[in-house]
Design a protein around this ligand. Sequence first.
Ligand SMILES: Nc1nc2c(ncn2[C@@H]2O[C@H](COP(=O)(O)OP(=O)(O)OP(=O)(O)O)[C@@H](O)[C@H]2O)c(=O)[nH]1
Ligand SMILES: [Mg+2]
Length: 314
Amino acid sequence: MSDPGGGRRPRWWRRLPRRLDRLGSGLGHQLRARLAHGSVDAATLEEIFELLVASDCGAPMAEELVQGLRERAERQRLREPAELLAGLRSEMESKLAGRNRELRLGGTPGVWLVAGVNGSGKTTTVAKLAARIKAQGLTPLVAAADTFRAAAQDQLRRLVEPLGVDVVGHRPGADPAAVVYDAMEAARARRRDLVLVDTAGRLHTKDNLMQELAKVRRVIAASIPDQPEESLLVLDAYVGANALAQARAFSEVIGATGVVLTKLDGSARGGYVFQVERELDLPVKLVGTGEGSDDLDDFDPAAYVSALLADEAV
Ligand SMILES: Nc1nc2c(ncn2[C@@H]2O[C@H](COP(=O)(O)OP(=O)(O)OP(=O)(O)O)[C@@H](O)[C@H]2O)c(=O)[nH]1
Ligand SMILES: [Mg+2]
């Protein structure tokens, strides 16, 4: 699937700058104020570093950005505030460049596994993906592999059945891997294009639960030769840096191919995407910006940087 976003300009693109600027450190406006005197002396660079850290880029990334800006300013003799800001924008864009953010779908059926810690937004994301796949004229089927709580399957059914999407589920307490196996069989029999697997939230420290997830992955791998096309790690943008150690453990177990960053609408941490990509070495593929079924968009680096810098053009 070459263009999962359908090429439309996402709504969040317009919403984001205001939100980031209101909820975050007001990075764009503060940067403009710091750069207003048109020099990048050590004190200014230090202030910019602190602003980037405050917006949750993470210290190592903030350091790289500031370093890059300093070198660029020297090399290109940047003086005007607008030029310096453009320089920083280029640095930011280069950090996000070169990652494949495409959602892969090719199997018959394809399968996307969705995993993450408790409450990160997995079930909501599965429902949003089901709506989106459906809108593209494809046929999703959802595997209710969160068998941990009875309410989990009910929540999923409530969200996706009105869309006309089938859910395959077992009774509470059943083996999630068995649910996935059955869902794959059902998808084949019913000629569905894609199986979306909702999994239970779990702590990365619970070894037995992580083993359960690994088993789900093995069932998928055995069922289709090419592994799950996507193993999406759902991260709550609101949780910030604390979540990254957990995320690393998940990433390994599920063989993550990308990140869905949810709740970006409520996050005060505008720069988090930089930190996530640097620390996990994974592309942020999708962003969740609300609870509604269409509040999910492809991550667009240029729009994101514009939002972060509160560009007037956005
Ligand atoms: N504002 C906002 N809320 C979101 C977003 N994504 C999910 N939520 C909300 O976050 C809460 C948890 O979402 P779920 O999808 O149930 O999370 P989960 O990861 O499936 O939770 P568990 O299965 O219990 O681990 C719900 O109230 C969702 O509506 C988002 O992008 N923005
Ligand atoms: Mg859930």
